[in-house]
Design a binder for this molecule. Structure first.
Ligand code: GLN
Length: 184
């Protein structure tokens, strides 16, 4: 959370934490952080944030989800817990904990031509992968083995990994570009 805020502030954004619908109504872009997607899902429903977030996504609010945040943006998930829901919006199927319990975390360089010359170094922590990219979404980055780990669709951006932990700012900058474009 703090790392996302730092990254956004380093790019000139003013950061506010969204815990209530009235706070959501004030932001021009939203980051859904990592954590435990089933817990974030439950809390978002308990705090009456699920429907407002879904409405904001449908209305075009730029949203960037990392790791658990990517799971929450997926239209379809596999290996969710019983009853787990998502906000949806990304036409993808995301598999939770896709690298197994043996590999808790790892780093890798990604193939991400849309992000420019500089290679994307990625940190994965109990990470999901994008098992299927539907026709409305597009892959932004893959592991050397070809697994899709970053996707984009209109106002939405999702990564399996955590750029905020290693000073990689291009994904957050992309989110802000979307906010700027929307503001007009
Ligand atoms: N494994 C977590 C989940 O399923 C995601 C881990 C993370 O966000 N770093 O929600």
């Amino acid at each position: 959370m703090r790392e996302h805020a730092n990254t956004c502030e380093s790019l000139g954004a003013q950061v506010t934490l969204v815990r209530r619908p009235r706070e959501l109504a004030q932001v021009e872009a939203l980051v859904l952080p990592g954590g435990e997607s089933s817990m974030i899902d439950k809390l978002s429903r308990a705090f009456d944030l699920q429907k407002p977030i879904q409405a904001a996504i449908a209305a075009g609010l730029p949203v960037y989800g990392t790791c658990a945040g990517l799971i929450l943006l997926a239209d379809r998930i596999c290996d969710g817990i019983e009853g787990q829901q998502t906000f949806g919006g990304l036409d993808v199927t995301v598999r939770r904990n896709a690298f197994g319990s043996q590999i808790d975390s790892f780093e890798s360089d990604l193939h991400a031509p849309d992000l420019g010359e500089e290679p994307v170094r990625a940190v994965f922590i109990r990470a999901p992968i994008v098992a299927e990219v539907g026709p409305a979404a597009r892959s932004l980055a893959t592991l050397p083995g070809g697994e899709v780990v970053a996707v984009e669709q209109g106002n939405l951006l999702g990564t399996s990994f955590h750029p905020e932990l290693i000073g990689e700012t291009r994904f957050h900058a992309r989110l802000m570009d979307k906010a700027r474009a929307r503001r007009g």
